[in-house]
Design a binder for this molecule. Structure first.
Ligand code: ADP
Length: 623
């Protein structure tokens, strides 16, 4: 019962994988099937025609029969090879496309997943397992793709060889052969079937054991692979900034310990032991038994020919057909076993792809307002990170004033970034609600809601692409607007020094011609990216942390012009840069403890803001 259920589940997972593969590369399976059909039937055509030729040569040797046969054999052989070659090219092209694209399924999932789930270690681990299984033995989706081709080829191989081998049992040894007529006995067919069944039983059983072994090894080698993935090319892969650290602290020494002490892949490891022992033996056994069967087939066919059941030409046909039959049958069962063995790996794939979105997915579209009147309000919002014991935000209530500049200050860990993450709906609060124009933000379509915001996070990410594409978030962009955004963000001068302008490649990951940029420059580009988006809300989380004091002053001087009629939110450590804001929120331990203008807050001598201001003023005056 349990086995039946498992088999059904294996089938449904494999069918689901096939349907996903079709979505990744349309036409791949169809071309594969066509190529498999040609590859399967081609040899039978050759076996059949060669047998006719040999038969004729050994018999009457009529030129008017031999010539057409030889012509047909040559032509069919050439056609099959040609067609097979063309289909193979087409299949390989689609297959390469598949290997280029298969990661997209996972990338799409990462993007669609609730943000809190992207941060969970268990989900990252699941994804690493999938990557590792694929790289190691192609387990997972790609195994289904590869097996599909083999399965079709073997199925057709079985049909073709049965058709060609039928005569072996239907053509009787003539009565004149005396005792040899025993070969006509139906028991012979039974004996033959038993011998084939023995081989068929052994090869897949060996495969099953091997797959079990491999599944165990996948589990066993996870740690080793991870160490190798992180440390194997550690020194060469380190980015330029980390190279100094690597030398200074002799990090390769720490790594060497892992690479030499971790014996997951060494000769004495579990891998070595299994391959030397059980797995190696199983492989040898399945090939050996196949060879013994081939010998028996030869014997049986030759004896029947000897006794006069058929001519010498048919010998080659039957031997070829029966060998092909056992080969295809055992291949078929082995492939099915391989597919079954792949199921645990598919389960991992779908466990990841099926991670549910717990966050409510709204469908309301946000009103497109030319006057940028988007009113956002936090109403008694409390939030705790998944798995965390204490609240990161507690009873936060506030309303953004449209078109005003708001600063958020507070010590590290006081909840500033969390506040922004909730505003951008990367997380939903457990208590209270956040409203956009009076409607809970959960009710809006998420992408639509995000259009309202342009954020520069502390840990923003630029990619190794041209400067213009980085700012615009795509290759097609409005160049004058990109230039203006860069210039507003303080990158104008540097831009004019770049000979390739907006086409300048950032970083050297793809091309030696790429430029390396400093942290401050990167921050300016990130700010330009947010400006280019021209969203009603501009949020800058520690926007100037990597800038030198002069660049910082420049940005703040320009800020009023840059921000224009947008509602702006700044999170900053440097209180001096907040005093120009219309309003300041002071966070402490997840709560808003003060709210007001710089002057008003400073006037409250016992307040948190005055204390922070005092502390920083001292620090600066000392410098
Ligand atoms: P700030 O931006 O003011 O430095 P954060 O909003 O980043 O503060 O952090 C507020 C609190 O939430 C801190 O106690 C921090 O440790 C915790 N926190 C931040 N991010 C996470 C996270 N992803 N998971 C669990 N706790 C977090």
């Amino acid at each position: 019962m349990k086995e039946k259920r498992e088999r059904r589940q294996a089938l449904s997972l494999t069918l689901r994988a096939l349907s996903d593969i079709r979505k990744i590369v349309p036409g791949l399976l169809e071309i594969s099937a066509l190529h498999a059909a040609v590859s399967a039937f081609g040899p039978f055509l050759t076996i059949y025609l060669s047998a006719r030729i040999i038969g004729e040569l050994a018999g009457q040797r009529r030129p008017d029969v031999l010539w057409p046969l030889a012509g047909a054999a040559t032509l069919c052989g050439a056609l099959v090879l040609l067609l097979g070659g063309v289909l193979l090219r087409l299949r390989d092209a689609k297959r390469s496309l598949y290997y280029n694209r298969d990661n997209q399924l996972f990338l799409k999932k990462w993007i669609a997943m609730d943000f809190s789930d992207t941060e969970k270690a268990e989900n990252r681990d699941l994804y690493l397992q999938i990557e590792q299984n694929t790289c190691w033995q192609g387990f997972g989706l790609s195994k289904v793709m590869e097996c599909f081709f083999e399965l079709i080829q073997e199925l057709l191989g079985v049909c073709g060889s049965i058709a060609l081998a039928a005569g072996l049992f239907t053509l009787p040894v003539p009565a004149s052969a005396g005792g040899w007529t025993v070969l006509n006995h139906p028991g012979m067919l039974l004996l033959f079937a038993l011998a084939v069944a023995a081989v068929l039983g052994v090869a897949p059983a060996c495969k099953k054991q091997e797959m079990k072994g491999l599944e165990y090894l996948a589990e066993n080698s996870r740690f080793g692979n991870r160490i190798f993935g992180v440390f194997g090319c550690f020194v060469s892969q380190q980015q330029a900034e980390a190279a100094a650290d690597v030398r200074m602290y002799e990090q390769p020494e720490i790594i060497r310990h892992y690479l030499t002490k971790n014996m997951v892949f060494g000769a004495k490891s579990e891998h070595g032991r299994l391959y030397r022992g059980k797995l190696g033996l199983l492989g040898a056994l399945s090939s050996g038994i196949g060879a013994v069967l081939s010998g028996l087939i030869y014997l049986f066919v030759c004896l029947k020919a000897w006794a006069g059941a058929f001519g010498v030409g048919a010998v080659s046909q039957y031997v070829g057909a029966v060998t092909a039959l056992t080969g295809s049958l055992s291949g078929l069962l082995t492939t099915l076993e391989e597919l079954r063995g792949n199921v645990p790996f598919l389960r991992t794939v779908y466990r990841f792809l099926d991670i549910p979105n717990a966050m409510y997915q709204g469908s309301l579209t946000t009103e497109k307002r030319a006057d940028r009147s988007y009113e956002v309000e936090f109403r008694d919002v409390s939030f705790r990170y998944p798995g965390a014991e204490s609240y990161a935000l507690r009873h936060v209530s506030m309303k953004f004033k449209i078109g005003r500049r708001l600063a958020i200050v507070g010590e590290n860990g006081s909840g500033k970034t969390t506040f922004i993450k909730l505003l951008c709906r990367l997380y939903d609060p457990q208590e209270g609600e956040i409203l956009l124009n009076g409607i809970n933000i959960k009710k809006y379509n998420y992408r639509d809601y995000m259009e309202v915001f342009a954020v520069v996070f502390q840990d923003f990410q630029l990619i190794s692409q041209p400067l213009g594409a980085n700012v615009a978030g795509g290759a097609d962009y409005d160049a004058p607007r990109v230039k203006r955004a860069l210039s507003d963000a303080g990158f104008g001068e540097r831009l004019s020094s770049l000979s390739e302008g907006l086409d300048t490649l950032l970083y050297k990951d793809f091309d030696e011609g790429g430029i390396d940029i400093s942290g401050g420059e990167a921050q300016k580009i990130a700010i330009a990216r947010a400006l280019y988006r021209d969203a009603p809300f501009l949020i800058l989380d520690e926007p100037t942390a990597a800038l030198d004091p002069i660049a910082e002053a420049e940005i703040y001087e320009k800020l009023d012009t840059i921000v224009g009629d947008k509602t702006a939110v700044y999170i900053s450590h440097r209180l001096s840069s907040c005093k120009f804001c219309d309003e300041i929120l002071v966070f402490k331990e997840g709560e808003i403890v003060q709210q007001g203008t710089h002057e008003a807050l400073l006037a409250d001598k016992n307040g948190r803001y005055a204390a922070l201001w005092e502390a920083q003023a001292k620090y600066y005056s000392r410098g």
